[in-house]
Ligand binder design. Structure first.
Ligand code: TYD
Ligand code: MG
Length: 419
């Protein structure tokens, strides 16, 4: 069967395009709706912009429907009209979830429907201020003959919701499932079509969930929020640093705390290293969870060359506790300290936190936003920060009290200071 026309790119331009002189262009700050869930607000960059489309992706069962039903509850309690469409669950199922979340008032409409055109008709008639579609992979447009969940279908669904949101200034959310492999036709192929992409992550065996901004046309990215899944829904964890360090073993070789920046916020994290003799002679294991594998390999090479350790016969496992992912070079010093501490079987002195990038010559290089990181460490009771000497001079004028700042220039010096 021939496919009927998909929505085209031209349909999506708002308003009709015309070249304009730069100096004649006026703009106003886009209005935002704030959500009572402050953490969600922050990840969105301070509320959701009117007329924007937010995609929330995550594995099945992670809590996407819960999060958005909770947000719907809060919007409706503040007098907003909300339409929550589910193409996966019946009205009864949604209501049962709603009971757990304590929804009892407000203009919250639920709709169980899989046909996109019917959904959009209802939405156009109801004129909600907030529109939620759960999920993009389980609705279908009758404009297309291809099956539900195929790439052309999810794109068409996204297009129609996007246009609806823009035309009517409606805050819209789309839920999309992704599998561990990230393969499913869906969120990944839609990232370029929406205004904001958030990913909801976590392990099934842990109750905490991390909401991460991946793309945001109206705010910062890499902002994160941490939630705990409880029997009455998701609860925001307001002090994630404390949360991630909660179960840290004190005085244990191979465990080190660093302070990373996630979006606008500093976050303390525990880096762990385990070095053990290998059973795979000639091809030892190098496993990293939560760290960049190439960066870690580079650091291993620098440590071997500059500090004279040999990793040839050793398996190395590195991990960031709590399911965090740290990419930034500022964590280099933490990785190094964890490794050396494990090899020497000596713990890093308690109350120490590590900051700094390492170069190929074993030099320790400056990092950004040191002040925010130091303050975060101090607020959690850390007594000393080992940091690049380069940062130390710029911090002089800040007169930081209550925490020792130890400047280092080379990794050899780091080892001297710590062990
Ligand atoms: P759900 O929001 O249905 O996940 P998704 O939409 O991402 O597939 O959440 C599913 C899990 O959350 C399920 O295992 C039950 C659990 N849950 C709670 O622990 N507490 C709650 O209050 C609710 C509503 C769900
Ligand atoms: Mg769901």
């Amino acid at each position: 069967m021939e496919e009927i026309q998909e929505t085209t790119a031209e349909d999506m331009s708002f308003p009709p395009s015309e070249p304009m002189l730069y100096r004649d262009i006026q703009y106003s700050q886009k209005q935002r709706l704030t959500v009572k869930i402050r953490e969600l607000d922050r990840v969105l960059g301070g509320g959701i912009v009117l007329g924007s489309l937010v995609l929330i992706g995550g594995e099945p069962g992670i809590g996407k429907s819960t999060l958005l039903l909770q947000a719907s509850r809060d919007f409706s309690e503040e007098g907003k009209k909300v339409l929550y469409v589910s193409s996966e669950e019946s009205l009864e199922q949604m209501k049962m979830r709603g009971e757990r979340l304590g929804i009892d008032q407000g203009e919250l409409y639920l709709l169980a429907e899989t046909n996109l055109e019917k959904i959009m008709d209802h939405a156009a008639r109801l004129k909600p201020q907030v529109f939620i579609l759960d999920s993009v992979q389980t609705v279908f447009s009758s404009k297309l003959s291809s099956g539900t969940g195929t790439i052309s279908q999810v794109r068409e669904v996204t297009n129609q919701v996007f246009r609806f949101a823009k035309k009517n200034d409606i805050c819209s959310f789309l839920i999309g499932h992704i599998t561990k492999e990230g393969s499913l036709a869906g969120p990944k192929s839609l990232e370029h079509m929406v205004d904001v992409v958030l990913y909801f992550e976590g392990e099934r065996d842990h109750s905490h969930r991390i909401l991460r901004a991946f793309k945001n046309r109206f705010g910062p990215v890499s902002e994160i929020a941490v939630f705990n899944m409880e029997s009455t829904g998701l609860r925001a964890i307001s002090n994630p640093s404390a949360f991630f360090l909660k179960e840290r073993p004190e005085e244990e070789p191979g465990s080190v705390v660093t302070c990373t920046i996630k979006g606008s916020r500093p976050l303390l994290a525990e880096i762990q290293a385990l070095v053990s003799s290998t059973l795979f002679a000639g091809n030892p294991r190098r496993m990293t969870i939560g760290l960049d594998r190439y960066r870690t390999a580079m650091l291993l090479a620098v440590i071997e060359k500059k500090l004279g350790f040999g990793f040839g016969g050793q398996d190395i496992h590195m991990n960031v506790a709590g399911g965090l992912f740290i990419k930034e070079p500022a964590a280099d010093l933490g990785i190094l300290a964890a490794l050396v501490s494990c090899i020497k079987n000596k713990s890093v002195p308690s109350g120490f936190t590590m900051l700094g990038e390492i170069g190929l010559s074993g030099e320790v290089r400056s990092v950004n936003q040191t002040l925010a990181r130091i303050k975060e460490a101090r607020s959690l009771g850390f007594k000393s920060v080992v940091l690049p000497k380069g940062n130390l001079s710029e911090l002089k004028k800040e007169k930081i009290k209550g925490i020792d700042l130890i400047g280092v220039k080379s990794i050899r010096q780091v080892v001297e200071v710590l062990f």
